[in-house]
Ligand binder design. Structure first.
Ligand code: ATP
Length: 322
């Protein structure tokens, strides 16, 4: 019987558990033995394997975080560390590894495959949605909804006091969360890393919005924006908007947690099952994704290192409607 291993790595994302569940149960369907690795690449280097059965993954589809735990491993960044990981997998009799994570996880997995000859299959899971080869990554939809609900609450207090809010959302160097939550919450302005937005542009736009006698104004800023983030932007504009009560809200790690949305649970379930099926069919070193509702396989090494295009139509729409 073929034996595979799976792990979650990097930043946790809601829906990782649903993917783990689908891998454990999907493996049984294909007659493949599966072992789970605790604590990502760190656990792999330490040989932290555990066989999980069908019932071990009961009741986890709705839970955020990851039951396998995640970790960052500096040792895995070294060739020596990856050799130790390869040795552990060979000792355990594992033929293929399914990694659930983001771009850093896939960079490491690509090296593991190249150097150690281990077949690695990637499942895209990061709230940032910054991986090429899938329309959406696991966790993105949940993070969007979490951020949107928080911004709705901020809007209530902003309205009550005629406040000007600068709200920073996650996404690292990608603006997907900022763009879609900005649209969904009716933000007066959205600042994205994909475009250089100057302070004078922000000043001018806000002046226009405030002149239109809006009761409150919300500026949604991606954490990786090129102007320097919500704190820097608000400080730089303080003098220009002295008459307003200016506030900064950094949503932070609340965006990583919570129960996954239905969409993330279904996405994770599909991708988990397809990853096992890909191994059963002899595929190697690919990331499983979904594009236009079709399952796709992209060489793992092509999923990172390039900028995933943001939807320019949505950017234009946000500007028209603000
Ligand atoms: P997220 O996008 O949510 O932060 P991620 O998978 O990108 O998730 P990282 O912390 O960047 O998270 O990467 C996870 C782990 O992958 C790292 O702790 C490290 O062990 C390994 N890794 C990252 N980059 C590399 C690299 N260039 N070479 C080897 N291993 C790497």
């Amino acid at each position: 019987m073929k034996k595979i291993a799976t792990l979650t790595s990097g930043g946790d994302a809601p829906g990782m558990n649903a993917a783990v569940r689908a891998i454990i149960r999907g493996s049984k369907h294909f007659g493949i033995e599966v072992t789970a690795v605790r604590h990502g690449y760190k656990g792999l280097i330490d040989g932290s394997f555990e066989n999980l059965q069908h019932t071990d993954v009961s009741g986890i589809i709705q839970r955020g975080g990851t039951i396998l735990k995640s970790a960052r491993s500096d040792e895995f960044r070294t060739e020596e560390g990856r050799k130790r990981a390869g040795d552990q997998l060979r000792k355990e009799g594992v033929e293929a590894l399914i990694v659930i994570g983001g771009d850093g996880t896939f960079r490491g997995a690509t090296l593991l495959s190249e150097e150690q000859g281990i077949n690695t299959i990637g499942i895209p899971a990061t709230i940032d949605n910054d991986l090429i080869g899938t329309d959406e990554t696991i966790g993105y939809d949940t993070a969007l909804n979490t951020a949107m609900e928080a911004i709705d609450k901020i809007r209530d207090t902003a309205d009550a006091h005629e406040r000007l809010f600068f709200i920073e959302v996650m996404g690292r160097d990608a603006g997907f969360i900022a763009l879609e939550t900005g649209i969904a919450s009716g933000a007066e302005m959205i600042v994205l890393p994909e475009y250089l937005t100057s302070l004078s542009e922000i000043r001018e736009s806000l002046n226009k919005v405030l002149k239109a006698r809006k009761r409150s104004s919300l500026v949604v800023i991606a954490e990786g924006d090129q102007t320097g983030g919500a704190v820097k932007i608000s400080e730089a504009l303080k003098k220009d908007f002295e008459q307003y009560d200016m506030k900064v809200a950094i949503l932070g790690h609340v965006q990583r947690g919570g129960n996954p949305t239905a969409r993330d649970r279904v996405l994770a379930t599909r991708l988990g099952f397809e990853a096992v099926q890909a191994i059963d069919q002899g595929k190697s070193d690919v990331m499983v994704g979904i594009i236009n509702n079709n399952v796709t396989f992209t060489p793992l090494k092509d999923t990172f290192g390039k900028i995933k295009a943001i939807n320019n139509d949505l950017v234009a729409l946000a500007k028209i409607l603000r």
